[in-house]
Design a protein around this ligand. Structure first.
Ligand code: 13P
Length: 251
């Protein structure tokens, strides 16, 4: 049975001190809530203190990106080995903000995914259509193509450490949420691509999250859908009261 995973993506928010305070508070709130995995993907400099603060809890720590080279002349980048050495378990790859503002392509997303998996990280692979694609009725083609390109060359064994986050770009940070039916349908399309590529068992096992203005008010309905196995949450993961409501909805 696939796991429900509730993950926060803090983006460029929260200093190391704020991260520790947040985790200490969330830790006491999440005692006994073990029906979903809880992940916080945090800025690089927050990772080490976050790992220490989260020790012994159901909170797992992730990074927000990783470079594909093992090491070398890539000023400003962080390698997978650097992440694992400080206790990072997860990494977000292919977020639309990286694609939009930092020129990432399906090709580099694929390389980053491979490098992360090779180092033993679990990958939260983000993909989703932009508004014009949704409006012109090509969402299914877009997410199918992204799924295939981003996972090219990744084995069925490696796929066990991949979570897919379906994040319609028009719903990110806009307050516009996909309807539960839209989220369910598109996550289902992605699951069918996985079925095509890796077979029935892989399709049933893979966790597919929805992301895009998921919050304390709409999480329960989104998470009730068959194909929605969790959430990747931006804004609502920055406040413990909102985030815990989403975690409880998943439990
Ligand atoms: P918001 O929840 O703020 O819309 O962000 C979603 C997101 O981008 C998570 O990765």
């Amino acid at each position: 049975m696939r796991r429900t995973v509730i993950a926060g993506n803090w983006k460029m928010n929260m200093t190391p001190k704020a991260a520790v305070a947040f985790i200490n508070e969330l830790k006491t709130m999440t005692v006994g809530l073990d029906k979903c995995d809880i992940v916080l993907c945090v800025p690089f400099v927050d990772i080490a203190p976050a790992v220490e603060a989260a020790a012994g809890s159901n909170i797992h720590i992730g990074a927000e990106n990783v470079h594909f080279a093992k090491s070398g002349a890539y000023t400003g980048e962080i390698s997978a080995e650097m992440l694992t050495e400080i206790g990072t378990e997860y990494v977000v790859v292919g977020h639309s903000e990286r694609r939009q503002y930092f020129a990432e392509t399906d090709e580099t997303v694929n390389l980053r995914t491979k490098a992360a998996l090779a180092a033993g990280l679990k990958v939260i692979l983000c993909l989703g259509e932009v508004k014009e694609e949704r409006l012109s009725g090509i969402t299914n083609e877009v997410v199918s193509m992204q799924t295939k390109l981003d996972l090219a060359g990744i084995s069925a064994e490696e796929l066990k450490n991949v979570i897919i986050a379906y994040e319609p770009v028009w719903a990110i940070g806009t307050g516009l949420t996909a309807t539960p039916e839209q989220a369910d349908e598109t996550c289902g399309v992605i699951r069918n691509v996985i079925r095509e590529l890796y077979g029935d068992a892989a399709a049933e096992d893979i966790t597919i999250q929805y992301g895009g203005s998921m919050n304390d008010a709409n999480a329960a309905e989104l998470l009730s859908k068959e194909n929605v196995d969790g959430g990747l949450i931006g804004g609502a993961s920055l406040k413990t009261d909102k985030f815990i409501t989403i975690i409880k909805a998943a439990n």
